[in-house]
Design a protein around this ligand. Structure first.
Ligand code: OXT
Ligand code: ADP
Ligand code: MG
Length: 580
């Protein structure tokens, strides 16, 4: 017997009647003590029994068909609840499948913990070829906010506490927790075990902005002729909804919601500049960013989209000090948590804050109305085959009638057109591909949204996007979740019309023509509908939302309707040789 094991045995077994606990129970107790209610994962060696025991203890353990979807579910659970979403996987391949989602959570600033079982340390470290051998801790480290390994049962309490605090404090992100197989079976005295657990006090402490920074920001805002507020998903995450609305309304400044911040104030709000995006980016002189980064989605805060030459003044509210000056100079950085920053700003504005300049407000309003009017007739078409506008026109009305439903959205055209067309009315009701523009979040997000909020979910997905996590419709059926998936089936990626000039294999972007994705869900007892017109689509979605039954609607879209890469075709590199 190895030295450590002998010592362990001596430490725990002096008397036969001694009450014992073990790694399995301590991990479950540590998670429950810290309010974990749901685990998303895939079972297998060495965590199968752990999952069973967690379920028996009252934690809801949802088993997926692929760890990546379970991970995406955990990541969005983190966004929706401000608690770290938990994903549980087996070692090496399961861990790697979950790791994409952990990196995604970190990139999007969502709190998440990936807990993976791992193989025997002694064998892994000597690279002797263990079952699913991999140095998971080292692999995870560069891709997440923090990574920890727990080797001893008595460290489980502190290890779990550390993981939770790392995930939610400051800028939220993904944390990896490595649990070697041996840990689960380690025993220790039950009373000692109880004492070793740690309930994390104030895991995401308020970060109050400096009064000088608040004053500086208000001075810059007050001096603006053409002010703009940009709300990002950090603002949605912060759950400071009432104060954010109060700040926007008190200032009278037009606001532009980033995709997942739509609904913080309704898209139909008179100050919303979503439908005048180009105008407000180009013509504004002072821009207040609340929980939004000046990354590619905002053209890095410079260049043509922002109206060269660069002369904007930016006020940026963010919990991460390093975010300031990341792309352009920030005239008024306000570092702190959004809840605290926004309430300090509101207080600083006092009772006599001047109205935003009327000519600017009216110019934005006129542009918005022009764009909305231009779009309106396209949304009312009942063409067969459907185009995106006809299909989205009916879905837009359905969302308007059901503002508490959660909209999940992925694809290219299916993403970009949905974002522009479907108004969102409440905070955190639109969940999409986020900072990476990632495909595959669809079913995982839909599952977690239904589980965490108890609200109905409408998932609008391109046929390619759907394929990345399509098997999880079995998971949706198994747990009988109120999820209606609409697959915008245009026979391919962007369009279904590409042709391989050699005439051998199909073109790289096309799928089997006329596929019937609705048949897939029928295999699992769900409702499948093939919709060929906007009227059929409307009836099917309404029926699904009324019944709450897992439903997949195959919405047949004209294969020629989409454009390459949706709204971001400009990012595709071009071969000079192609252009004669
Ligand atoms: O102001 P102007 O005049 O400019 O007008 C703007 C607004 O003011 C106006 N507007 C409105 N008008 C009227 N009424 C209303 N209500 C209204 N609202 C707005 O409309 C315009 C446009 O507004 P928008 O959209 O706000 O502005 P804009 O300029 O587009 O904003 C810029 C961006 C960058 C902020 C925005 O475009 C954006 O957020 N884009 C996100 C794009 C994105 O993330 N795309 C996903 C990735 S694409 C690609 O990578 C894909 N892949 C590769 C792949 C990926 N991603 N992942 C993995 C794991 N593997 C591979 C794949 C495989 S997409 C894809 C599959 C695609 O095929 P599918 O079958 O799934 O989908 P289909 O395309 O449907 O076939
Ligand atoms: P979007 O894609 O919507 O523009 P980003 O993901 O780029 O949003 O930006 C979100 C920002 O919000 C990040 O810089 C992050 O640090 C910040 N953030 C997240 N939560 C908070 C919070 N509670 N308080 C302040 N800033 C936050
Ligand atoms: Mg498609």
């Amino acid at each position: 017997m190895a030295d450590a094991a002998v010592k362990e045995k001596q430490a725990v077994a002096p008397e036969a009647e001694q009450e014992l606990t073990d790694g399995f129970h301590l991990i479950i107790d540590a998670l429950k003590l810290n309010g974990v209610k749901t685990i998303y994962g895939v079972p297998g060696i060495p965590i199968t029994d752990f999952g069973r025991m967690a379920q028996a203890s009252g934690i809801r353990v949802l088993s997926f068909r692929h760890e990546q979807s379970a991970g995406y579910a955990a990541s969005i659970a983190g966004f929706l609840t401000k608690q770290p979403g938990i994903c549980l996987t087996v070692s090496a391949p399961g861990f790697l499948n979950g790791l994409t989602a952990l990196a995604h959570a970190t990139t999007n600033c969502f709190p998440m913990i990936l807990i993976s079982g791992s193989s025997e340390r002694e064998i892994v470290d000597l690279q002797q070829g263990d079952y699913e051998e991999m140095d998971q801790l080292a692999t995870a480290k560069p891709l997440c906010k923090a990574a920890y390994r727990i080797l001893h049962a008595q460290d489980i309490g502190i290890g779990v506490a550390r993981a939770i605090r790392a995930a939610v404090s400051g800028r939220p992100g993904g944390v990896y927790l490595d649990l070697p197989a041996k840990l689960f079976g380690q025993v220790m005295d039950a009373e000692q075990g109880r004492k070793s657990l740690v309930k994390v006090i104030d895991p995401a402490p308020a970060q109050i902005p400096a009064p000088d920074a608040v004053k500086r920001a208000l001075d810059v805002l007050k001096g603006a002729q053409r002010p703009l507020i940009i709300l990002g998903k950090g603002a949605a995450y912060a759950q400071a909804d009432d104060n954010i609305r109060a700040l926007v309304e008190k200032s009278g400044v037009p606001f532009l919601p980033m995709s997942m911040a739509k609904g913080l104030l309704p898209d139909t709000h008179p100050q919303c500049a979503g439908a005048a995006r180009s105008t407000v980016l180009k013509d504004s002189d002072v821009v207040m960013l609340i929980g939004a980064r000046l990354n590619w989605l905002l053209s890095h805060g410079k260049g043509k989209a922002w109206g060269e030459p660069h002369s904007k003044k930016f006020i940026q509210i963010d919990i991460e000090p390093k975010e300031m000056d990341s792309n352009v100079d920030i005239a008024a950085p306000v570092v702190g948590d959004i809840g605290s920053c926004v309430s300090a700003l509101l207080e600083g504005m006092g009772a006599k804050w001047p109205a935003a300049p009327a000519d600017w407000v009216n110019a934005v309003k006129a542009k918005r109305e022009e764009n909305v009017a231009k779009m309106a007739p396209r949304l009312m078409n009942n063409n067969v085959p459907m185009d995106y506008h006809g299909a989205l026109g009916v879905l837009r009305t359905i969302v308007k009638e059901r503002p508490d439903a959660i909209l999940v959205n992925e694809g290219a055209n299916a993403l970009d057109l949905t974002r522009g067309i479907i108004d969102v009315y409440e905070p955190r009701k639109r969940l999409d591909v986020g900072t990476w523009g990632i495909m595959g979040i669809g079913q995982g997000y839909a599952i977690a949204a239904a589980v965490e909020t108890g609200k109905p979910v409408l998932a609008i997905e391109g046929d390619s996007a759907f394929g990345f996590s399509g098997m999880e419709i079995e998971t949706i059926c198994r747990y009988q979740l109120p999820v209606c998936v609409v697959v915008f089936n245009n026979d391919g990626i962007y369009r279904g019309t590409d042709v391989n000039p050699l005439g051998t294999d199909p073109a790289t972007t096309v799928f089997v023509k006329g596929s019937r994705y609705d048949k897939m869900i029928e295999a699992f007892g769900g409702v499948g509908v093939n919709a060929t017109s906007p009227d059929e689509l409307k009836r099917a979605v309404n029926a699904a939302m009324d019944s709450g039954k897992p439903t997949l609607i195959n919405a047949m879209i004209d294969p020629a309707a989409g454009s390459e890469s949706g709204r971001i075709g400009n990012l595709n590199p071009q071969s000079k040789l192609k252009k004669k």
